[in-house]
Design a protein around this ligand. Structure first.
Ligand code: COA
Length: 258
């Protein structure tokens, strides 16, 4: 049904794979459109609790925007494209947790997509960068904004001004990724993490994501007020009752997303 991505459900975890390995999974307009459509599908699917985003093949997560589409673009077409609902923002506002499983080059728009995800993990051979400067442009999907909030101004500035790549260990040190795994264990370890999260109460997961995301968009007082409101909503759920009862009865909770 999709041409440039694949969508696979493994229990409560859905895996979206950008599937243009011969172009190192570069993001063209079809990938953007199909990625947005897949997220729409997964948002409505109550069986899916967590999404993993990755790239096909063993060389790249995503090597950036498809540079061949840049030719013929004007300021007007680019601005309107990026003001529409983008794949970056669709991930950012997607209510369920999204994990970026970075299996190789993670450059430009690829790094921006990873940044829009909630958790990033990578293989030990992954390489991260914002090389737009080498093309005489700057990032347009969050590479100067989300990256700076995540790793700090000095580090983000250097990546954006030099266009140089950093390796997995440096990305870990910068806090750009949460975990680095040997390449042959990346998928298994990522699925372990995704499955662990997918067993939690789905509504609480969504509220936790919303609350944490709000932290970088608000001042502390606003953030704490929002947290209390979202915390209070948990008390309207059946899953809160199940979680508390299971603890008191010394058994594992079975959450239903209600
Ligand atoms: N857009 C379009 N095509 C891309 C691409 C991109 N961002 N990145 C890689 N490709 C294509 C190459 O053109 C090549 O296609 P071809 O075989 O039809 O010629 C194929 O993917 C393999 O890439 P190649 O450059 O041959 O691999 P490499 O191992 O020599 O280099 C990179 C890997 C990632 C260093 C290099 O591909 C690169 O610099 N890509 C662009 C990264 C970038 O600037 N991204 C930001 C865009 S704003």
């Amino acid at each position: 049904m999709y041409e440039t991505i694949t969508l696979e459900k493994r229990g409560r975890v859905a895996v979206i794979t950008i599937n243009r390995p011969d172009k190192l999974n570069a993001l063209n307009s079809k990938v953007h459109a199909e990625g947005i459509a897949a997220l729409d599908e997964l948002r409505r699917d109550d069986d899916v609790v967590v999404v993993v985003l990755t790239g096909s093949g063993d060389r790249a997560f995503i090597a950036g925007a498809d540079i061949s589409e840049f030719e013929g673009q004007t300021p007007v077409t680019q601005r309107s494209q990026f003001q529409e609902r983008t794949l970056f923002n669709s991930i950012d506002i997607f209510p369920k947790p999204v994990i970026a499983m970075v299996n190789g080059f993670c450059l430009g728009g690829g790094n921006e997509l990873a940044l829009a995800c909630d958790i990033r993990v990578c293989s030990d051979n992954a390489k991260f960068g914002q090389p737009e400067i080498n093309l005489g442009i700057i990032p347009g999907g969050g590479g100067t904004q989300r990256l700076t909030r995540l790793i700090g101004e000095g580090r983000s500035m250097e990546m954006n001004l030099t266009g140089d790549m950093i390796d997995a260990e440096t990305a870990l040190k910068f806090g750009l990724v949460n975990h680095v795994f040997p390449a042959d264990q990346l998928e298994a370890e990522t699925m372990k993490l995704a499955e662990k999260i997918s067993e939690k109460a789905p509504i609480a997961l969504q509220l936790a994501k919303e609350a944490v995301k709000f932290a970088s968009r608000s001042n502390l007082d606003e953030g704490l007020r929002r947290e209390v409101d979202l915390f209070a909503i948990c008390f309207s759920t059946e899953d809160k009752q199940e979680g508390v009862s299971a603890f008191l009865e010394k058994r594992k909770p079975v959450f239903k997303g209600k």
